[in-house]
Structure formats: C-alpha cells, structure tokens
Design a protein around this ligand. Structure first.
Ligand code: SF4
Length: 613
C-alpha cells in the first residue's frame, strides 16, 4: 500500500531511529535519522518552505516508509551513516568518498615513527592529518617536514634491513635511526613538532621551538640552536600566506550553505588556531531536505569518514538531536567537541564568510558548467557536426630535434581533460618523417580497436590542415567508421604584409577543416568553441613535449653511464631515480652515490671518477 500521510504518520513510533523511504520498485531513495521518527516524518508533509522542494520529489517517487528504532539518538547517527554508505540513496547527500583524497599518518607508538601518505584513515591508534585535496599541497608539506624536521620516510622493511644510511641521511633529511645511534628523545621531540605543525598549531610550535633554541644555545649546542632557528623560520614562513580570520586559539570547522531550488552548495572552512588553513566545497543536486537535517547528515558523514574533528563545529542553524551529534563527535575525537550556532560576534562573521564562499562556489560551478555545455553545443552548431561532441579525441604527430616520432592522443569529456585516457603511440610501420603515413597508422590502430570494443568518441580532431584531414577521412572509409565526426585543426599562420620592423607579426585565426567543405571555418578568438579546441590542441602538444623531454633525459642519462664498467640497466635506473639528472649526479659526492641501492663504495668511486675525468 502506498504511503498515506493522513493515516500512516500516526502509526510511526515516537522513539529515535532511522527511516528509509522506498520507491515502488523497492529502491531506497532517502535515509534519515530522527529523535522522534513520527515527528520527523510529519515535518515532510507540513508546509514549511524548506521542505517544499523535497515534498515535490516525494509525490513522484515515494511508495512507503520503513523505520528502524534505535536505543539512543547516537545509535541512530551511526546507523544513518552505515545505511547511506550501503544504499547510496539518490536523494541523500553523498560526500565524495575520501579515498580520492590523501592523508598524512604518524604512528607515535612506533619506536621510530615515520610519516606516511595514506588514502584512508583507519582506527589503528595512529594520528591522521588532512584530508589533503591536492597532491602538490601534500608534496609541499612533506618536503617542508622532511627538510626541517627530519623524520624517516622509509618503509618498515627497508628500515629493518638497512646496513648503512640511505640518501636521505646524506642530504640531511633523516638522522638514520636505521643504523646509527640516534637520541630517541630528540627524535620524539621532532615527531611532536611535526604533529603540532600538521595540526596547524603553528603559534604553539614556534614558541616551543624558540624555547628549545635558547636551551640549546645555553648548552653551547650551536648546531642544535641553528637547526631550531631554521625550523622556526620554516614554520613562520608557512604562516605568511594565511590570514588571521578567527579571534580564538581553537580549531574550528565552519559550515556555510547556499541553496537555489534543489541545488545546494556547502563550503567548509577549516580554521586552526585562528588561521584559515583550508576549505572544502560540496555540491549537491536535488537536495530538498531541511537545512538542519542536511547539515546534521553532512557533519555525521564527514567526520565518520575519518576527517579530523576540530574543537568546534560552527553551523548556521541549530540541529535537532545536537546532543547526540556532540556525543558522537566527542567519541570520534577522544576529547570534548562543541557544536555552536553563533548569532553575533566573531563566530557569526566566520559563518557569513563561509556562506559567501558557498554562494561564490555555487555560481562558479554553474558558470563553468554553462560555459562547457554551451561550448559543446556551439561547437556542434558552428562546425555542423552530427553529434554533440561530448567525448573528443585529438591526435598529434610530433618530432623533436632528431628524436623518433611519437603520436599523442588526448581526450576531453564534457569539455574537460580526461588525463587518465591520454596515451602515446610508438610509430611501428613508418620509416623517416612522413607525417601523413604516421597519422594513418595511428588512426587505423585507434579506430580498429574502437570498432572491435564498441568504444568510439563523438569527435576526432587531427592536428593539421586539409592533408591530415584527408588521411583521417580515408581511414574512416577504409574501416567503415560511421557516426563519428572528424575535423582538422590548423594553427594560426603569420600573415604577409607591410609592418614596421619591431611590430609583432599579424596572425590569422585558428582554422577548422571539415570534410566536404573547401574553405575552413575560422574560429573567432575568445569564443567558447575557440577556447575548447585550442585547449585541446595545446594539451596534445604539451603531452607530446613531456614525452620527448622524458625520453631525452633518460637517453642522456643512460648514454653517458653506458661507458662505465659495472653500470648496467638496473643500476642506471636506480641512479636516475635517486638523482633525476646528469647534472645532479655529477654534483653528488662519492658517499651520496654509494648510498644509492645497488651501488657500493668502489663502484661509486669509479662513477665519480668517470664523471669528473
Ligand atoms: S637513513 Fe634512510 S633508511 Fe635509514 S631511517 Fe632514514 S630514511 Fe630510513
């Protein structure tokens, strides 16, 4: 029997628990939790403005509501988290799984703790920091930690089996507890300093380092004092770009919200000891549940997923069942957590800032979507394509300074690069530098495989003019490819004409050659379709250049080392990994070379001698 609010609501229990909304085909479309199941479900069928959108969806999809009673509200929170993860209901918020983000991990229970990069925090007693949303941010942080705080970064197996320190020791990034007698208390102090640093407690850390610096100076340990001084500078340097936004010396997460119809944008500002250290944005569609319920679910999912729980969580609306949420967060953190809804003062200002961020994020997301979608439609119309070019593949043949030729394929989907689908093709059948023959080979290989696997793009772009396009069209005909558009994109040309000597040459616009048309389309600069196609072509060139550069570095590296007896392919690889370039290898000392895996003292001497002969 379909759910009838007039009759069924009164049959629901008043206890805490979770409710599961199901569609007629049994799909769970929404999961929620409540202190009183009956009161909560009743809210949906009232007429408050923030439930109206959701009620519209319920009219269309809801068939029945099931409930699970729990002993406490806190249990309902835990169950909600599990049910959402298991069923992923279409109208629930789904926080992007944090496995795509990185965390830093330090297990202080180890004798010589190391700093690790991990995808997902586990309940293993270790400390986790993050999530870090960009690989470059985490690299930057690790670099700073290694350089100034010198914790080991090797895995446990390597640590146990070393017979002498590795390169990290030679370059003063690790005191080598693997084999040397290192002062354990001093190492632990470094671990604590790193922990404070990663927690963003920079003021506290700087004060502690200053205390240690003076203590070292008084003990006439000038080298130690200089090391602490450098650490203070590093900590202070990392503070400069961050503004003081909060007045209190506590860790706070502030949730701002912006909604329009079913669209919802959440901005999370991470404030550590008064400084903004990061932010996250969540975009949701078809979200019509009341703000309080939605925020409660987001907060529950976010921290249950392993994110670091701060001292305070700041929200714009009071939550029903906030005591249970506080209890849950306190349990996750292991220390008291406060949930605040500030009405005035600095907390309110932070909330306004978070709300503004959410609003800005909302428009930015909509805008880039509109540009991309609009760009695809305009590209289709402008070039008279048969398909909306959702998936575009661009092929480019390149030859750099005598290197062998390589073909590159870059892929855009929905107007954005899909770097995981880029690839290089080694030319197999063409001798010399016949561009057209190479393009023929590569397109034939790509399209033949696509036909076999049923995996073809909407549009193929070949880098070049009429000639390259002619080759592509011939391949399409040979293989019987249908339903895929193809165009040639020719670079802008320098135009002839009288110009003053020092004037920049005048260039034609980018031109697109389309099969069956004698004259190319000229792309107007600053249009969406211009940006899209030139971005595609520039990506293809960038991808090809990276390949050639990498090949050349490897060739130069291995070429010079070829002459040195005892250096085979495996050792060349280890040296390349350790130093990255011949210049750096040449600058290395014998000890540094000897520290590379597989290179002993004697071989290091021969390598050093050969490179400095
Ligand atoms: S010197 Fe190298 S192997 Fe030894 S502890 Fe440090 S990082 Fe690990």
């Amino acid at each position: 029997m379909p759910f009838d609010p007039a009759v069924d609501i009164d049959r629901l229990p008043v206890e805490p628990g979770c409710y599961l909304m199901r569609a007629a085909d049994d799909e769970i479309i929404y999961v929620g939790k409540a202190a009183s199941l009956r009161a909560r479900v009743r809210q949906y069928f009232g007429s408050t403005s923030d439930t109206r959108f959701f009620v519209g969806l319920l009219d269309r999809f809801l068939d029945r509501i099931e409930v699970i009673i729990t002993a406490t509200e806190k249990e309902a929170l835990i169950l909600e988290n599990e049910l959402i993860k298991r069923h992923q209901p279409r109208f629930n918020v789904e926080l992007k799984d944090d496995k795509s983000f990185l965390h830093l991990r330090i297990d202080e229970s180890m004798e010589w703790p190391r700093i690790d990069v991990v995808r997902r925090p586990r309940k293993d007693g270790a400390r986790y920091f993050g999530p870090y949303h960009s690989a470059s941010k985490i690299r930057q942080t690790l670099k700073l930690v290694e350089r100034y705080f010198q914790l080991r970064n090797c895995d446990d197996l390597t640590f146990k089996n070393r017979s002498r320190p590795c390169l990290q020791y030679q370059i003063k990034r690790c005191p080598a507890p693997c084999v040397l007698a290192v002062d354990r208390a001093a190492y632990q102090q470094q671990v604590q300093a790193v922990t404070l640093f990663l927690q963003g407690r920079h003021g506290e850390l700087a004060a502690e380092l200053e205390r240690r610096m003076w203590a070292a100076a008084e003990a006439l340990d000038y080298e130690g004092a200089a090391r602490f001084r450098d650490q203070i500078r590093a900590v202070q340097g990392s503070l400069e770009p961050q503004q003081m936004v909060g007045a209190r010396e506590v860790d706070q997460d502030v949730y701002g919200l912006y909604r329009e119809g079913g669209f919802l944008q959440v901005a999370l500002l991470q404030i550590r000891r008064g400084r903004m250290v990061g932010s996250r944005a969540f975009t949701f569609e078809q979200q019509g549940v009341p703000d309080a319920e939605l925020l409660s679910t987001i907060v529950n999912l976010y921290y249950s997923g392993g994110a670091e729980v701060p001292d305070e969580v700041i929200l714009g609306v009071p939550l029903e069942g906030d005591a249970a949420l506080v209890e849950r967060l306190t349990e996750l953190r292991g220390r008291r957590v406060a949930l605040r809804v500030p009405q005035r003062g600095p907390g309110r200002k932070l909330l306004e800032l978070a709300d503004r961020n959410a609003e800005h994020g909302f428009f930015q997301a909509r805008q880039s979507e509109a540009v991309r979608d609009g760009g695809l439609v305009r590209l289709k119309n402008r070039l008279r394509l048969a398909n909306l070019p959702y998936r575009i593949e661009c092929f480019d043949i390149s030859l750099f300074q005598g290197d062998s030729a390589v073909a590159s394929r870059v892929v855009f989907e929905g107007g954005v690069p899909r770097r995981d689908r880029y690839r290089h093709y080694k030319i197999r059948t063409v001798e010399g530098t016949d561009d057209f023959a190479m393009m023929r080979e590569v397109l034939t290989r790509r399209l033949r495989r696509g036909l076999e696997e049923g995996d073809l793009p909407d549009l193929i772009v070949v880098d070049g003019g009429k000639g390259q396009l002619g080759v592509a069209v011939a391949v399409f005909q040979d293989l019987g490819v249908e339903g895929v558009d193809v165009v040639g994109l020719a670079k802008s040309r320098v135009l002839a004409g009288d110009r003053p000597d020092d004037a920049a040459p005048e260039r034609s616009s980018e031109r697109v050659f389309v099969p069956g048309l004698r004259e190319p389309f000229v792309l107007k600069p600053h249009t969406d379709e211009y940006f899209l196609l030139t971005h595609l072509r520039d990506e293809a060139h960038r991808f090809a250049i990276t390949f050639h550069r990498k090949t050349r570095t490897t060739k130069a590296f291995t070429g010079e080392l070829d002459q040195i007896p005892g250096v085979g392919p495996a050792r060349k690889k280890s040296l390349l990994l350790a130093f990255g370039s011949m210049t750096r290898l040449r600058r290395a000392s014998i000890d540094e070379i000897a520290a590379v895996d597989g290179i002993g003292e004697r071989l290091a001497q021969s390598i050093h001698a050969a490179l400095h002969a």
